[in-house]
Design a protein. Structure first.
Length: 488
RNA sequence: CGGGGUGUAGCGCAGAUGGUAGCGUGCUACGUUCGGGACGUAGAGGUCGCAGGUUCAAAUCCUGUCACCCCGACCA
């Protein structure tokens, strides 16, 4: 059994932290709420980044980069935006240190105070729209379809590795359009890309929906999201795509001449996913033995372990397998370490989530086969060397599918439709998961439910059918069900 | 910011009534092992969070301070 991983049943939160540490994804840092992303964790993020980046580019987006620092005054230009972010901004007030005359090391030089303080971006709408003002004069300048890969800082009260850190990595897309319809189409296009990425690459089923006014992004007219359900029954907002209307164009005075030669404010969208996805990936698939990764995002898909040690004859056989696998585009590593014993290695590769392990010993070679172990089910099978690449290629697809189906079955099991307040409370307390229920559409009711139960409306699902019903709290009429859950 | 807790070796911990620091794990070397987290032997590693104070003597007592963790309010 795995050493020193708290079981999910005992303490899900501790299990999560154990996985992050034992699978060598990230370490704590000296800075509160910030983490060091270690090579294995970063490799997973790189896979995500590369896959998403390709999807963005296929749909006509280009990358650019805007500054880390934003003049403080920019933030206040859009009223609800400042309200949303002001209380979690890191502020730069000085630009120089000096030696402490009292011998206490270095201190901030009081004479180096900035004329206008800078904030460290919590998101880049303001500086980007300030820039777009210069770029956009005519409908011919539109659309602008820009994405940036960056770090942002939000001074959160409580943090958890990947799920919520003070500094995090993300991509943020900021697009500008001539019409509302076009901006909305862009918002929806990105939502679809996010959902496709979550399901096809992360093997994490998601619900596409729209946020209620309470949960909406500060400065958006509408916020669309993908919501996933974790193993412990809590929801995770995995990505958001915002229809910004003309809010930022108005705040930053971005006008263009339309085809009718009339001045009009530009329409906008913004959208992002972050390193939080790594946390979602962990909490969707991993188990008490360690990380479980979908093959499409695994930095190494197959590891070959010579048993008991990397003897030359085993290594030359391993090299042949490597060549066959690589020819199929499979990433593979041969374990050439001669210090640790096989059992240790098996446990170690399970811990870091390598999807497929091939055991290669003399016993196998004599029989013309290898031992293939899959991480998701931990099943081991003897497979003939002949055709091994085809077998592994198919196995990786099977694992990818199995992880998705398993997660989807879990979500189905933990999605409950309720029609009364008692059932709502009971399901929330005893079972968790998504609760599909009627709601009267008011912020007041939503906030009251949140206050009473800690559950929030995760989204109004886009595919929710029309259905007459009564709000679980107030009994007022409702025309469709929404999804409630406790969330990360 | 409210309520609770913890700071001692890389990590996890023990050190009653004060006497100058230890266990597990990990690390290094050598040997025996090796098909599911091996074992033996020998080593390296700590200004006990920080600053004062009491004392012949402080990880231990006192004062202050800092940091982190957990529970709430806020959040991708």
């Amino acid at each position: 059994m795995a050493k020193e991983i708290t079981s999910r049943a005992d303490d899900y939160s501790q299990w999560y932290l154990d996985i992050v540490r034992k699978a060598r994804l990230a370490d704590n840092s000296p800075v509160r709420g910030c983490m060091v992303i270690k090579p294995h964790g970063f490799a997973i993020w790189e896979k995500m980044r590369d896959s998403l980046d390709a999807m963005f580019k296929e749909t006509g987006h280009v990358n650019a980069y805007f500054p880390l620092f934003i003049p403080k005054s920019f933030l206040s230009k859009e009223a609800s935006h400042v309200e949303g972010f002001a209380k979690e901004c890191a502020v730069v007030t000085h630009y120089r240190l000096k030696n402490d005359p009292n011998g206490g090391g270095v201190i901030v030089d009081p004479e180096a105070k900035l004329e206008e303080e800078l904030i460290v971006r919590p998101t880049s709408e303001t500086i980007i729209w300030h820039t777009y003002k210069d770029w956009i004069k005519s409908y011919r300048d539109l659309p602008i379809l820009i994405n940036q890969w960056a770090n942002v800082v939000r001074w959160e009260m409580r943090t958890r590795p990947f799920l919520r850190t003070t500094e995090f990595l993300w991509q943020e897309g900021h697009t500008a359009h001539a019409t509302a319809e076009e901006a909305m189409a862009e918002t929806r296009l990105i939502l679809d890309i996010y959902a496709r990425f979550a399901e096809e690459y992360m093997a994490m089923p998601v619900i596409k929906g729209v946020k209620t006014a309470n949960e909406r992004f500060a400065g958006a007219d509408d916020t669309f999201c993908i919501e996933a359900l974790m193993q412990d029954g809590k929801a995770l907002q995995a990505g958001t795509s915002h229809f910004l209307g003309q809010n930022f164009a108005k705040a930053f005075d971005v006008l263009f001449l339309n085809k009718e030669n009339q001045q009009e404010h530009v329409w906008a969208s913004s959208w992002g996913v972050s390193t939080r996805l790594v946390g979602g990936l962990i909490m969707t698939h991993s188990d008490d033995d360690g990380l479980v990764l979908p093959p499409k995002l695994a930095p190494v898909q197959v590891v070959i372990v010579p048993i008991p040690k990397p003897f030359p004859e085993l290594l030359s056989e391993a090299d042949k397998i490597v060549a066959q696998l690589r020819a199929k585009g499979i990433s593979v590593k041969v374990d050439t370490d001669d210090q640790n014993r096989p059992g240790f290695k098996f446990a170690e590769y399970e811990m870091i989530g390598v999807p497929v392990r091939i055991g290669l010993g003399q016993r196998d070679l004599d029989a013309g086969q290898v031992e293939v172990a899959r991480r998701d089910t931990k099943e081991k099978t003897s497979v003939p060397l002949e055709g091994i690449a085809e077998y592994v290629d198919q196995l990786l697809r099977d694992i990818q599918d199995n992880l998705f189906n398993r997660a989807k079955a879990h979500r189905t099991e933990y999605t409950t439709a309720v029609d009364t307040w008692d059932d709502f409370v009971s399901v929330l307390e005893n079972k968790g998961g998504f609760i599909s229920a009627h709601w009267d559409g008011t912020s007041e009711t939503e906030l009251k439910i949140k206050e009473m139960t800690k559950a929030t409306i995760r989204c109004i699902p886009l595919d929710a059918p029309e259905e007459q019903g009564a709000c679980i709290l107030t009994g007022k009429p409702s025309s469709q069900r929404v999804l409630f859950a406790k969330a990360y």
